[in-house]
Write a protein that binds this ligand. Sequence first.
Ligand code: GLN
Length: 467
Amino acid sequence: RKCLQRIKKTRHLNAYITVTEELAMRQAQEADDRLLRGKPLGPLDGIPFSVKDNFCTENIETTCASRMLRGYCPPFNATVVQKLLDQGAVLVGKTNLDEFAMGSGSTDGVFGPVRNPWSYAAPYRTLSHGTDPDSDWVITGGSSGGSAAAVASLSSFLALGSDTGGSTRNPGSLCGVVALKPSYSLLSRHGLIPLVNSMDVPGIMSRSVHDTAIALSVLQGRDEKDSTTVQAPDSHPAALPQEFDVRDLCVGVPKEYHAPGLSAETLSQWTRVAAMFERAGARVCEVSLPHTQYSIVCYHVLCCCEVASNMARFDGLQYGHRSAVESSTEALYATTRHEGFNNVVRRRVLSGNYFLLKQNYERYFVKAQQIRRLITEDFRRVFASGVDVLLTPTTLSDAATYSDFIQEDNRTRSAQDDIFTQPVNLAGLPAVTVPTSLSSRGLPLSLQLIGQRLQDRKLLAVAHWME
Ligand code: GLN
């Protein structure tokens, strides 16, 4: 009930697309009965959670924040949603995003932009950066901005996001919550409407590393409906070690992540936390990931190619929006897509089809696959040299104001902002962002830890120590 009240009180954030109030109250009642009988289903029984609106939810509208899917109610739950429901967790709503999860701001969905709750918090307001609440608010980051805002504004304890190039970690970082991108294949993608199948993973947002670990233990594991899933190597219980000894740890600091545009404050956080590891007895060493500079270009070629293929299912016939223009099948397809998708989606479909043309295929698609391999190899080499985790920034700086972010040239900046998050998706590694302090503008600053493939639990143990 408190969470539903918070949702109402924070309507101005635009974090939710659908609020599932009736269902939530029914589920909460059932959980309450179980808890009173002393028979909880598990650690998440009765815990309110929300889900990004690109995960299918049975008989609940699932829009991807696109006109194309308005009114679409899937007949099934995504595996990760079903797993939470099976544990008695209470679904309070579906959260806002960039259309089809394409973006880094949560500003590009058909339901309008999401506002960062920190825009209305005392530190930002009293530093008088935000004197006009209607124009000075800051973005959540994206594309899972609704989920991050829901957790940060205390209307959900846990939220699912999706992470293809940073979409869980970027908003998690800018909203000051813990956000995990698990190893590729550890969590099922069944029912997650795809952006880039070879990189998509469900992401977990919550208020602490400990909560994240509990959710991960419930969500991970092989799913016969997603052939890429694997069983976690350590079917370890949710609990993280109370006392984690960092003295045996080697923390790598990639020198290429000193990227242009990195704010002085983020840099000083990074240095401060590296020194903290060192003081506690960890070995901190500089490492090199030389192909980092190619990751954004490489990501965008591969992303557009997979998008071109994925979006072909939205033809106006099977589900979602259907244009009234039916003079021919081709005209129906074309006008349905024209009316249903925003410019960002259409641009990626066009670019992807261009990269995949017979005469371009080798030059763009195959080349990008090769570079992807080099980026993955960079990480493999560093971890093989004895490094346990990498410590990096998550974003270049704290959150931008909405008016700054939507300027055309800042759109380019937003792609650059993904520089610290994208390489990990190309390589399939786990990464988590943890809030570290507030900037001089009174907004959250966070750092990212990157782990070895399928060593998500060790990664969380280090994050828990750092938290
Ligand atoms: N910003 C990236 C993009 O627009 C990543 C999005 C994501 O992770 N879903 O593609």
